[in-house]
Design a protein around this ligand. Structure first.
Ligand SMILES: C[S@@+](CC[C@H](N)C(=O)[O-])C[C@H]1O[C@@H](n2cnc3c(N)ncnc32)[C@H](O)[C@@H]1O
Length: 223
């Protein structure tokens, strides 16, 4: 384990208690092994949206909407809007039920389908993008979403260190070879891309945070 479970639990205690809706979602996710972000990552997303004052927010991978609620609660403050995509019809329907219960339905648009087909049809740019769908497709999402991230926009990607296995010389079952290889390639390309300024944080399951540099921004200033 590259990052002690106890540390994540400790950081969670520092967050304080989540409200009953988030707690219910955490319990459901655990019970049904639906992989949602840890509360510390949810809180981090909320903080980043708030700090960056992002308004046009895109999430790839909704599941039952746990991370979406963290994002949307910050979007309420920035007067922003979250567009979230998932190809699993049942999960998306459950997410929409939670959005209503959280009274967030007006600041979230949920799109059903394969993100790789939906992203090319989106006609707006985004100032905050969160990727948390199929790990083997991360490079596809990056290449598709790249032109839609506004200069100065933020890109956050979850599970980039996947149980620590992405770190060279880790041991894991051979069936994960492709996924681990794909994540290594993804991190390599993202970190070397001169249009993004990137850092990788080893909390949760590994989270990358990038800022799009370029037109209208002084690249040196943001490196
Ligand atoms: C890790 S879960 C998302 C968890 C959610 N972000 C959270 O933390 O609450 C990944 C989700 O991505 C969805 N997914 C996987 N591949 C996808 C694709 N190509 N297009 C859209 N959704 C996809 C799955 O159906 C699944 O619900």
């Amino acid at each position: 384990m590259f990052y002690p479970f106890e540390m994540e639990r400790y950081l969670e205690t520092l967050l304080g208690e989540r409200d009953s809706l988030l707690q219910e979602m955490e319990e459901q996710a655990l019970k049904e092994t639906i992989p949602v972000v840890t509360p510390t990552v949810g809180n981090f997303l909320n903080l980043l949206v708030d700090m960056s004052k992002a308004q046009a927010i895109l999430e790839i991978g909704t599941a039952i909407g746990y991370s979406t609620i963290w994002l949307a609660r910050a979007a309420e403050k920035t007067e922003g809007h979250v567009t979230t995509i998932d190809m699993n019809k049942d999960r998306l329907a459950r997410a929409q039920g939670y959005f209503q219960r959280a009274d967030l339905q007006n600041c979230i648009t949920a799109l059903e389908g394969d993100a790789r087909k939906i992203i090319p049809k989106l006609d707006s740019t985004f100032d905050f993008v969160f990727i948390d769908a199929a790990k083997g497709e991360y490079l596809d999402y990056l290449n598709l979403i790249y032109p839609l991230i506004a200069p100065g926009g933020v890109l956050v990607v979850d599970n980039v260190l996947f149980r620590g296995w992405v770190v060279p010389e880790s041991t894991y079952a051979p069936k994960y070879d492709r996924m681990v290889g794909g994540l290594r390639q993804f991190l390599q390309e993202l970190c070397q891309n001169p249009d993004f300024s990137t850092t990788v944080l080893p909390f949760g399951d590994g989270v990358s945070v990038s800022r799009r540099v370029g037109v209208g921004l002084d690249q040196d200033e943001h490196r």
